[in-house]
Design a binder for this molecule. Structure first.
Ligand code: PRP
Length: 176
């Protein structure tokens, strides 16, 4: 795909406001309970950094996973594996997964099943963008930033061939 231009989808200001709202919801839901927040690298890194800093609760531990998927063209053969797992034992912990985008749903379906099997006390998902157009597996997003129907988006952590992650807002790629 040759990129003709980038068209703004969610501005810095929109994102800042939405992240603050999500953080307030998360603070209200967990109250004083200790929380493990898990960032799904690489795409969620910027959303994660902003979200955890917007939380008021003091008792939060941060951890990171990196996943890779194979066979993306054919959902029936799609396999997701850990490239990097969390260091923290999740048994008996409140766990909040922080993801940049839910697309087909396969990545989060895998991670939620994995973490559920470890006996987390609760397991919830925060995602900046809930993109439903290509959804193949049902995934419940507890804290969803924005819903999006169509478009290949980049920026604020999201990439196209490892480019554009550093952009402070979210853009749609308009191809030539
Ligand atoms: C992207 C995104 C999600 C996943 C969503 O990750 O960050 O993790 O795809 O897709 P799905 O709902 O269809 O499974 P990617 O594999 O591109 O890695 P990255 O986060 O390092 O960019």
């Amino acid at each position: 795909m040759k990129v003709k231009e980038l068209k703004i989808v969610f501005s810095e200001e929109q994102i800042r406001r939405r992240v603050a709202e999500l953080a307030a919801e998360i603070d209200a839901l967990y109250g004083d309970e200790p929380l493990v927040a898990v960032c799904v690298l690489k795409g969620a890194c910027i959303f994660f950094a902003d979200l955890v800093r917007a939380l008021k609760k003091p008792n939060i531990e941060l951890d990171f996973v990196r996943l890779s998927s194979y066979g993306m063209e054919d959902a029936s053969t799609r396999t997701v594996t850990f490239k990097k797992d969390v260091d923290i034992a999740l048994q008996g912990r409140h766990v909040l997964i922080v993801e940049d985008i839910i697309d087909t749903g396969h990545t989060m379906d895998f991670l939620l099943r994995q973490f559920a099997a470890r006996g987390a006390k609760s397991l919830r998902l925060a995602a900046l963008v809930d993109k439903r157009e290509r959804r193949e597996v049902d995934v419940t997003t507890d804290f969803a930033g924005f819903a999006l129907d169509t478009g290949f988006i980049v920026g604020y952590g999201l990439d196209y061939a490892e480019r554009y992650r550093q952009l402070p807002a979210v853009y749609e790629i308009i191809p030539e």
